[in-house]
Design a protein around this ligand. Structure first.
Ligand code: E4P
Length: 221
């Protein structure tokens, strides 16, 4: 499973990328709005840091606008994936943009039928938002199960990119189901690394080492 970071913060991306655990990045207008600087410069810097796919989202909601923006964003770097919202005009734009060889991540997918349409229109990535479904009392992971089943039934090329991840359990469940990618905030990736037994185990190893060193030193004196 590929692990993406869902952030536009370059410092955070660099920190985790140095650990070799970042396959790509997703951004959205809300995430980019939190960072200083120009949109294009932010995306260019992320694309330079991360060699994998970097999603950059259009803000137009009409076909022509999405097309113009999509082309503009894809010219920033070869690893840019154009993120387009799952609306009727978005499907039209996805068809046109993907036919011109630019990869599309269809975002704001909240039902399996929306995902099916996104894949059919030519999206390379279909992004179900599971945390937002959980927030309204629906089981977001059911959508991932449905999309993975549809992908497998029809050998679809589109990858299931699970977004709106809130905690490590979401990542684990998505991996067990067979989703292609999980994109998560840096806090979630941080939590994935942690276990109290790792910390206490390491402390005991180091304490024992120190004790043995001191004991040996006192024998030789
Ligand atoms: C995915 O591509 C989205 O950027 C993201 O996961 C949205 O998550 P949120 O519901 O935490 O805003």
């Amino acid at each position: 499973m590929k692990l993406f970071l869902d952030t536009a913060n370059l410092a955070h991306i660099k920190k985790f990328n140095q650990m070799g655990v970042v396959d790509g990045v997703t951004t959205n207008p809300s995430l980019v709005a939190k960072e200083p600087g120009e949109f294009e410069e932010i995306i260019a810097a992320i694309c330079h840091e991360v060699k994998g796919d970097v999603s950059a989202e259009v803000v137009s909601t009409d076909f022509d606008g999405m097309l113009t923006e999509g082309r503009h964003l894809s010219a920033i770097a070869p690893n840019v994936v154009v993120k387009i919202p799952m609306i009727p005009e978005g499907l039209r734009a996805t068809k046109a943009i993907s036919q011109s060889g630019i990869r599309v991540n269809m975002t704001l997918v909240f039902s399996a039928n929306q995902g099916l349409l996104a894949a059919k229109a030519g999206a390379s990535f279909v992004s179900p938002f599971i945390g937002r479904l959980d927030d309204i009392g629906q089981r977001g992971m059911s959508l991932v199960e449905d999309l993975v089943k549809i992908r497998d039934n029809y050998h679809m090329k589109a990858e299931v990119l699970v977004g709106s991840i809130r905690h490590p359990q979401h990542v684990l469940e998505a991996a067990k189901i067979g989703a292609d990618i999980a994109t998560m905030p840096t806090e979630v990736m941080e939590k994935m690394m942690q276990h109290p037994l790792t910390d206490s185990g390491l402390k005991r190893f180091l304490d024992d080492w120190e004790k043995a060193k001191k004991a040996k030193a006192s024998i030789t004196v």
